[in-house]
Design a protein around this ligand. Structure first.
Ligand SMILES: [Cu+2]
Length: 124
């Protein structure tokens, strides 16, 4: 009798443990979502690094290098890059954009930073 009682007690314990585990499993699922959110947050951080913020500049074309797909521009200050006015060479994203540039032409342009390159994405 006492043995049977113990057995029943163990079954009840086992059931309640199982129920608790199920409860934890559900909570764990939500925890998993939290983790996913964290992963997404981390991914967002990584994207931020490669994500290309567009900067705008105005300047005068100094040189066009059609073969290299580059233009040298004497640009005014670019606050978004914390740049003062300077002469510098940009890479042109699309060679079709090159016809927007000719020596001594005044241009408004947009560019992104790609690693150590500055790539012009549009110009007018
Ligand atoms: Cu510059």
């Amino acid at each position: 009798m006492e043995k049977t009682y113990s057995f029943a007690h163990i079954v009840v314990l086992a059931l309640s443990v199982t129920a608790t585990q199920v409860g934890h499993a559900q909570t764990g699922g939500m925890g998993g979502m939290d983790m996913k959110d964290m992963d997404m947050g981390m991914k967002k951080g990584a994207d931020k690094k490669s994500d290309s913020k567009i900067h705008k500049g105005v300047g005068t074309v100094k040189k066009v290098d059609p073969a290299g797909g580059k233009v040298t521009i004497a640009h005014g200050p670019i606050p978004t890059m914390k740049w003062p006015a300077m002469n510098m060479t940009f890479t042109v994203k699309d060679k079709a954009l090159l016809n927007k540039f000719s020596q001594d032409k005044k241009v408004e342009f947009e560019f992104v930073q790609q690693g150590s390159d500055y790539v012009i994405t549009s110009a007018k």
